[in-house]
Design a protein around this ligand. Structure first.
Ligand code: NIG
Ligand code: FE
Length: 422
């Protein structure tokens, strides 16, 4: 058994004594903190925590029964946070797309680039000729990179295959990442990410392929946890989205979908109707979208680094929270709209451009991100019995310093499943 004690922690952030699955509305501004604290870890689990002042009562220390082989970290001046849960990424892809970035600098819009064969279709073409091994290796590097910036759990989507072979290839890569990475990973099947060129005049043909050819293999090989659709003008209609989600649900997949990125066409309502775990993007929201979400359990998931990179509006996060809703924050890490998986930068953007407070963004990136991945019971906070996925900061003055000092690396030590990441 491995035992780890972190002592003299300046602030132990997001501590939980009674477990909650998410926080919403005004409660999002409450971030529970224990000052001058210690935290005990056995194997991969958090077994206890408390204040240094209670050190004398340490015989009560749950779990740890002897002091042999106990590793001690002195975190004087430093803070401990639960790892971020990045509930929306597309990190399996063949190559980067910086030529489109240059096209946009020169005045083309994301949608114009997509129309001339760039965008998602460009990534799909490149993926066709890339082996599982190559896809695995490049995605592995991206996972290792995001681990260093505090991420402990990642949702990964398919969606650059757009053929039976390509989608299954991507999902097998994600399955292997799940098996071999110490990060907690969830797989999301996004066969309906775009309409492949060869099906441009036969949309139904491709949707039939998703339903009759892809989903059965995904089910029999247990290749995915979730099902996603890009419900958007020029992509999938709400009716098509509904049909695809229902086929996924019949195969045991839970919906988590792309909606309202450029237009509000009813995607949120289809998500609610199908009990989606989350609806993601939400840059363009009508009053009725907000009202409908308020009467549901669906987690609105916002991706500010996508707005930053594409220069599109930011989702109305302030309005959602002020209407009593929860929000989760994620990166959307992908080669087209967000070539970055940096959660601290997402927090900074949400504070600066969405006018959220540091407490709100940390809740959105930890416990609410965990909810959006079905992981609230095991991740997203510092609680006894939860996974020891956390990071120790460098010496920093305050919690607000994390989003304030954008672009800086404030993390000194990352701990995943109770083990210090070298
Ligand atoms: O979430 N909006 C749809 N899909 C991705 C972008 C994919 C791409 O451009 O490759 C997104 O932003
Ligand atoms: Fe996305």
């Amino acid at each position: 058994m491995s035992k780890l004690l972190i002592k003299n922690i300046k602030e132990l952030v997001q501590v939980e004594t009674s477990p909650k699955e998410k926080v919403k509305g005004k409660d999002m501004s409450v971030l529970p903190i224990l000052k001058n604290a210690w935290l005990a870890i056995e194997d991969d689990l958090i077994v206890d925590f408390g204040e240094m002042n209670d050190w004398g009562e340490m015989n009560d220390w749950g779990g740890i029964t002897d002091w042999a082989d106990l590793e001690v970290i002195d975190a004087a001046g430093q803070m401990v946070f639960p790892s971020f849960c990045d509930s929306h990424t597309h990190i399996v892809y063949a190559v980067s797309r910086e030529e489109e970035f240059v096209d946009r600098i020169n005045g083309l819009a994301y949608e114009e680039i997509a129309k001339k064969g760039g965008g998602i279709l460009n990534s799909a073409k490149k993926l066709q000729n890339t082996s599982e091994e190559e896809l695995f290796n490049s995605a592995w590097k991206r996972l290792e990179e995001v681990k260093k910036t505090g991420t402990g759990a990642v949702e990964i989507k398919s969606g650059y295959g757009l053929s039976v072979e390509g989608e299954i290839k991507m999902l097998r890569v994600i399955k292997r990442l799940k098996e071999e990475s110490d990060l907690e990973i969830k797989a999301n099947f996004l066969g309906a990410h775009a309409i492949p060129i060869e099906y441009k005049e036969n949309r139904k043909g491709y949707i039939d392929l998703i339903i009759n050819e892809m989903i059965p293999v995904i089910k029999s090989e247990s290749l995915a946890d979730y099902i996603d659709v890009f419900c958007e003008t020029n992509y999938y209609t709400p009716e098509e989205t509904d049909t695809i989600l229902q086929a996924g649900i019949s195969a045991g997949l839970t919906p988590k979908i792309h909606v309202n990125q450029f237009t509000s066409i009813g995607g949120i309502q289809v998500g609610i109707k199908n009990n989606a775990l989350s609806v993601d993007h939400l840059e363009v929201m009508e009053e009725n979208d907000i009202k409908d979400l308020s009467n549901s359990n669906v987690m609105p998931t916002l991706l500010p680094s996508c707005s930053f990179f594409l220069g599109i509006p930011y989702a109305p996060a302030r309005k959602l929270i002020d209407n009593g809703l929860p929000i989760a924050l994620a990166t959307d890490y992908n080669p087209g709209s967000t070539p970055s998986g940096n959660m601290p930068f997402v927090l900074s953007l949400a504070c600066i451009n969405m006018k959220l407070t540091p407490e709100e963004v940390i809740n959105a990136a930890t416990i609410n991100g965990a909810y959006a991945m079905g992981l609230s019971k095991t991740h997203g906070s510092i609680a006894v019995g939860k996974k020891a996925n956390l990071f120790i900061t460098k010496e920093i003055p305050s919690v607000a310093y994390i989003p304030y000092s954008f672009g800086s690396n404030n993390i000194e030590t990352v701990i995943i499943n109770g083990k210090i990441v070298k």
